[in-house]
Design a protein around this ligand. Structure first.
Ligand SMILES: Nc1nc2c(ncn2[C@@H]2O[C@H](COP(=O)(O)OP(=O)(O)OP(=O)(O)O)[C@@H](O)[C@H]2O)c(=O)[nH]1
Ligand SMILES: [Mg+2]
Length: 732
C-alpha cells in the first residue's frame, strides 16, 4: 500500500478567525489566553454562562469560542482561546491562540495563570506584554495555592509587570468582578499600562534596535517593533504568513525594513549569534526573567528548599501537594497496579450506571407510555383520523419516548461519574498507562485522551485530536476514534447486556456481571484501536511515533455537587435536543415505512427482507441492519428503531414496558448470538453523520471520511461473520 502525503492534509488545517463583531461601540472584545489547564474556560463559563469543556488535563480547548458577559450596561465579548505555553510555539491550537492575540482585535487580553506554578505562567505573560500593553493578568486557582501554602504578593507582581494583576478562584467566581472592573478600566483608558520590557543581552539588543525602530515607524502601533524584529531574525515563517494575511500594508517586504534586517543579521553574525542561538538567547532570557519575578513575588527564604532554618520546607508546594500527588501516581500509574485500577474504575463506573439506571428507566418508561395513552385518548376525543394518530403518536412520540427512556438514565449517571474522574485529573494517567501500547502501535499516547472524549461524543473526540501535534498520528487518532462507543451507542450495549446476559431483575450479581461484560466490550474497542492504529502506521500512514511530553497535572478535588448538577442537566438537554431533532423525524419515517405497502408487504418489511439474507450471515436480521442504516443521523435512534420496527409488524401493539422488551426481541427470533452480533456491530460500524462531517472538516477531505466509514464497517462485518460462523459450526 502506498503511504499518503500527509502535508496534503496538513495544509488544510483551518486556522480561521472567529467571526466577532461589535454590535455597539461600547462593546469590548476580551481574549482569554494562558497556559493549558489554568482555568481559562472556567473563567469563560462562569462569566458567560456557557458550557465550554473544562476538566483537569491540558489541551481540552482546541478551538476558540466566544460568549458574552454583561456588566454595568456593557457587553464584553469574551473569547476562550486554546492553552499555549508560548507565543512562539507552533502546534495548531497554539497558533490559533497566537493569531488571536496578535490579530484578533481584542481590546484587552486577559492572561490567566495558575497560582501554583507562577514561573511557568509568567513566561507567557512576559511574551504577551511584549506584544500588547492592553493586558490584565488573572492569577487563578488561588484556592489551590492556599491549600499548598503558596502565597503570592499580587501587588508586588503588578509592580513588576506594569499591568493590573487580579487574584481569582474561577470555580467559585471569586475575584471575577474585580477582573472585569480592571479590564474595563484599561478599555476606558483609565489605567495606562507600562509593561515590563525584557532586557536582552547587549549584543542582541544593539543588533535589533535599528530594525525595531524602523518597524515601529512602519507599523504605527499595529504590532510591537522589537517583538517583530526578533521574529524576523528568528525566521518565523508561519508567523509571516499570518502577518501577510492579517496586517494591511505590512512592512515585511519594505526595502528599508529588508535592508535593516540584513544589517541586523550581519551584526548578529559578527557576534557569532546564529538563528538557532538567537532563539535560545531569547527564550532563556524570558524564562530567566519569569523566574526572577516569580521568586520576588512569592515570599520565602532565599536559600531554602530545605535550608532547615525557616518553615519553607513545610510550605514548599512540592512538599505538600507534590508528595500526595506522587503517592497517588505510584498507585494509578505503576506498572503493577495502573491498568488493573483503570479496569476496576471502568467496571465501577459501569456498575453504578447499570444498577442506577434500571429503576429510573422503568419509571420514565411507565410515565412516557402512560402519557402516550393520554395522547391517544385526546386524539380519539378530537376525532383525528387514524393515520394522523399513527403518524404523530405511534410514530413520532413513541420513538421519542423510547430514546428518552432507554438512553437518558444511563447517560445521566455515567457522565457525571466520568466528569468527576476528569476533574480529579485521572484522564492523563490513563494516557500515561496506555502510552506504551500506543507507542507499540506507532501512534501517540495522547490518543488515549481523545478516546476518552469519544466516550461522550465521537465528534468531540475527533476535534479533540488537534491536541496531537504530528499530523500522521492525528489522522490515526481520528480514523480510530469510532471504536469508542459514544453516548448514543453504549446505552444500546447496556440494554442488550441487561436483557440477554444477565437477568433483567437488576440484582447485585446481575448488575456487576453486566458491568464486567460492558467493560469487556470497551476493552475490545481499545484493543481494535491499537490494532488498527498499528495497521495504519505500517501501511498508508507509515511512520515512527513522535516524541511528546505528556503532562500529568496535579490532582484537584472535584466539586461533586456542581459536577452532578451540571452534567445531569447538560446531558439531559443534549439527549432531549437530539431526540427532538433526529428521533422525531426518524419515528415519522419508520411509521411511514411500516404503513406503506409495496405489493402486499410493508415498505419496512420489503427493505428489511432485502437485507435479511446478508444480515443473517452476520448473526443479525434485516430489521437490525436496516435500523443501523436508518440510524446514520444519530446512533441514539438505532435501538428505538429496532423496537419500533418489531412493534409495527408485531401483533403485540400495546407493548410499552422495558422489562418486557426481551420478550419482543425473542419473539422476533433474537438469541444470545443475535445479541452478541448486534453488540459487535454496534461497536464497529460507520460513525454517525455528524461524526463523518466532523472528520471531513478536520482532515479536509472526503477520502478520510470515507476511510473512517470503511474501516470500522469492514471490521464489524468480519467480526460478526466470524463469530456467527464459528458458533454455528460449534452447533449453538
Ligand atoms: N480548585 C480550582 N479548580 C479550578 C479553578 N479554575 C479552574 N479549575 C479546574 O481546573 C481544571 C481546568 O480548568 P479549565 O477551565 O478546563 O482550564 P483551561 O485553561 O480552559 O484548560 P485548556 O482548555 O485545556 O487549556 C478544571 O478541572 C477546573 O474545574 C479554581 O479557581 N480552583
Ligand atoms: Mg479551556
Amino acid at each position: 500500500m502506498k503511504a499518503v502525503n500527509i502535508m496534503e492534509y496538513m495544509n488544510h488545517n483551518d486556522l480561521e478567525m472567529l467571526d466577532i463583531n461589535k454590535t455597539n461601540a461600547s462593546d469590548r472584545i476580551i481574549a482569554l489566553a494562558g497556559n493549558p489547564n489554568v482555568g481559562k474556560s472556567t473563567v469563560f463559563n462562569t462569566l458567560t454562562g456557557m458550557r465550554q469543556h473544562t476538566g483537569n488535563w491540558p489541551g481540552k480547548t482546541v478551538a476558540s469560542a466566544k460568549g458574552t458577559h454583561r456588566f454595568r450596561d456593557k457587553d464584553y465579548i469574551l473569547v476562550d482561546l486554546p492553552g499555549t505555553y508560548s507565543i512562539m510555539a507552533h502546534s495548531m491550537e497554539e497558533e490559533i491562540a497566537r493569531d488571536f492575540i496578535l490579530f484578533g482585535g481584542a481590546d484587552v487580553t486577559i492572561v490567566v495563570c495558575d497560582a501554583t506554578v507562577m514561573e511557568r505562567n509568567l513566561n507567557l505573560v512576559l511574551q504577551v506584554i511584549e506584544i500588547t500593553p492592553k493586558v490584565v493578568v488573572c492569577v487563578n486557582l488561588l484556592d489551590e495555592a492556599k491549600k499548598k501554602n503558596i502565597v503570592i504578593d499580587l501587588q508586588a507582581l503588578e509592580k513588576e509587570l506594569g499591568v493590573p494583576v487580579v487574584g481569582t478562584t474561577a470555580r467559585s467566581g471569586e475575584g471575577l468582578t474585580e477582573l472585569i472592573e480592571r479590564t474595563e478600566a484599561i478599555c476606558a483608558g483609565e489605567i495606562k499600562n507600562t509593561p515590563r520590557k525584557i532586557k536582552y543581552d547587549a549584543a542582541v539588543a544593539d543588533a535589533v534596535a535599528p530594525l525595531a525602530d524602523i518597524l515601529d515607524q512602519k507599523l504605527r502601533g499595529e504590532l510591537c517593533g522589537t517583538w517583530l524584529a526578533l521574529r524576523m531574525l528568528e525566521e518565523d515563517e508561519s508567523l509571516f504568513n499570518e502577518i501577510q494575511i492579517h496586517v494591511k500594508n505590512h512592512p515585511l517586504n519594505d526595502p528599508d525594513v529588508r535592508k535593516a534586517a540584513n544589517e541586523a543579521r550581519e551584526a548578529l553574525k559578527a557576534s557569532d549569534i546564529t538563528v538557532e542561538k538567537l532563539k535560545d538567547i531569547v527564550v532563556s532570557r524570558i524564562v530567566h526573567t519569569a523566574e526572577e519575578i516569580a521568586a520576588s513575588v512569592t515570599p520565602r527564604c532565599k536559600n531554602c528548599v530545605g535550608c532547615g532554618t525557616c518553615d519553607f520546607g513545610s510550605r514548599n508546594p512540592t512538599a505538600i501537594g507534590g508528595s500526595r500527588d506522587r503517592k497517588l501516581d505510584r498507585i494509578f500509574t505503576s506498572k503493577l497496579t495502573g491498568i488493573p485500577i483503570m479496569i476496576a474504575l471502568l467496571c465501577g463506573a459501569f456498575w453504578i450506571t447499570i444498577a442506577g439506571a434500571n429503576y429510573p428507566s422503568e419509571l420514565l418508561a411507565d410515565f412516557l407510555f402512560w402519557f402516550q395513552d393520554q395522547l391517544t385518548e385526546l386524539f380519539m376525543w378530537l376525532g383525528a383520523p387514524d393515520w394522523v394518530h399513527g403518524l404523530l403518536v405511534l410514530g413520532v412520540y413513541r420513538v421519542l419516548a423510547w430514546v428518552v427512556a432507554v438512553m437518558l438514565p444511563p447517560m445521566a449517571i455515567f457522565f457525571p461519574l466520568f466528569t468527576l474522574l476528569e476533574d480529579f485529573g485521572y484522564l492523563p494517567r490513563v494516557a500515561f498507562n496506555l502510552d506504551h501500547y500506543f507507542k507499540k502501535a506507532k501512534a501517540c499516547g495522547k490518543q488515549a485522551l481523545t478516546m476518552c472524549m469519544g466516550f461522550g461524543c465521537n465528534c468531540a473526540g475527533v476535534t479533540g485530536c488537534r491536541i496531537i501535534d504530528s499530523p500522521r498520528e492525528k489522522l490515526i487518532a481520528i480514523l480510530t476514534n469510532n471504536f469508542v462507543p459514544c453516548n448514543g451507542r453504549f446505552p444500546t450495549l447496556i440494554a442488550i447486556i441487561s436483557m440477554f446476559f444477565v437477568g433483567v431483575g437488576g440484582g447485585l450479581v446481575d448488575s456487576l456481571l453486566s458491568a464486567v461484560i460492558l467493560a469487556g466490550v470497551i476493552i475490545l474497542g481499545v484493543f481494535l484501536t491499537f490494532k488498527v492504529s498499528h495497521f495504519l502506521s505500517v501501511t498508508i500512514l507509515k511512520g515512527e511515533p513522535s516524541f511528546f511530553a505528556l503532562e500529568l497535572p496535579p490532582y484537584r478535588t472535584p466539586q461533586i455537587a456542581q459536577v452532578l448538577v451540571r452534567s445531569i442537566f447538560d446531558r439531559t438537554l443534549i439527549v432531549l435536543g437530539r431526540a427532538v431533532v433526529v428521533a422525531a423525524p426518524a419515528g415519522l419515517i419508520i411509521w411511514v415505512f411500516a404503513n406503506f405497502f409495496v405489493g402486499d408487504v410493508t415498505l419496512l418489511k420489503y427493505c428489511s427482507s432485502s437485507l435479511d439474507k446478508f444480515a443473517r450471515l452476520l448473526g443479525m436480521d434485516g430489521v437490525i441492519l436496516l435500523s443501523f442504516i436508518l440510524g446514520f443521523p444519530a446512533n441514539e435512534i438505532v435501538f428505538p428503531i429496532i423496537i419500533m420496527s418489531y412493534l409495527s409488524t408485531d401483533s403485540i401493539l400495546e407493548f410499552d414496558n422495558l422489562s418486557d422488551l426481551k420478550t419482543l426481541l425473542v419473539s422476533n427470533g433474537w438469541t444470545w448470538v443475535t445479541a452478541v452480533s448486534t453488540m459487535l456491530f454496534c461497536l464497529c460500524h460507520w460513525p454517525c453523520s455528524t461524526a463523518c462531517l466532523t472528520i471531513k472538516q478536520e482532515t479536509g477531505g472526503y477520502k478520510w471520511a470515507l476511510l473512517s466509514i470503511v474501516i470500522p464497517t469492514v471490521i464489524g462485518i468480519v467480526l460478526c461473520f466470524l463469530f456467527t460462523t464459528i458458533v454455528r459450526l460449534l452447533g449453538f
